[in-house]
Write a protein that binds this ligand. Sequence first.
Ligand code: AHM
Ligand code: MG
Length: 331
Amino acid sequence: MKRVSLTQYLIEKQRDKGLIPGELRLLLEVVARACKRISYSVGKGALADMLGEAGSDNVQGESQKKLDVIANEVLLEANEWGGHLAAMASEEMDHPSLIPNRYPKGEFLLLFDPLDGSSNIDVNVSIGTIFSVLRMPSGVTEPTEQHFLQPGTAQVASGYAVYGPSTLLVLTVGDGVACFTLDRETGSWWLTQDRMHIPVSTKEFAINASNARHWEPPVKRYIDELLAGKEGPRGKDFNMRWVASMVADVHRILTRGGVFMYPRDAREPDKPGKLRLMYEANPMAFLVEQAGGACTNGSMRTLDITPEKLHQRVAVFLGSKEEVERVTSYH
Ligand code: AHM
Ligand code: MG
């Protein structure tokens, strides 16, 4: 069987299908290249002094790991000179990073969570990179934070890399979801699954159950019903999985179905959930919808939310349609 590389896949989307402009294709290739570099650093681990704390905090007040900082730098450096971007925003930076004047500027905005699942870095469990691409509003020459605040429906591409037993890149440009596997020997990305599809029904759910006492009544009710299994109102047994790396949990759901939840809870009443809308929930919502699943914040479709802040948090319910619709209807 003839293998399809990431480049061939993207050229087909550009040339044969006319779905993406050449600039976006090149931008996505640069992002993939950066993820490859991050993957090598992750793989080296302690051998290259990659583990442990960086000794700093990010804008969310979370302590940064060395790999959080390294991955952020790799993405910035790889993308700033390509000429495809107007600015970048990251979980690890308070404000957007503009393209230095010495480089040409392009029409896209890139947002990322450079290293998702930070708590898993030091214990050798899958982690990842999440990214989202927006277009600069027309007529704008000097991008500011305001220009990033577009609803998820405006994304032109999104994806994630997962650094696990294999390094994978999962991508959508709005024409289904494709998964590429990195050949670590040659450094090439090969298409290993096209048109990923999330089954409508599932028997698997993912939630951090240690927060149960803080959940709101609709979430308590929904989880109680799942836990009641065959004897309960759902009439079937459910299984639970929680990796604590959103990329790994979402990848499982894109592969075999399931429902992932990070609801808002009473721990920090001013924060509507833990995950961030712009570079965690929205890119994942785009992928999940493109794979036939659903994603809401409990009351509305995530992609329709009008963002107010770059680092805004949001509750997330995503995955198999039947379950997302049910837990949303309980709200
Ligand atoms: P991070 O971006 O700082 O790594 O945080 C996001 C992560 C998600 O990957 C994961 O789903 C969640 O936080 C895990 O949270 P918890 O520590 O409550 O299990
Ligand atoms: Mg994250």
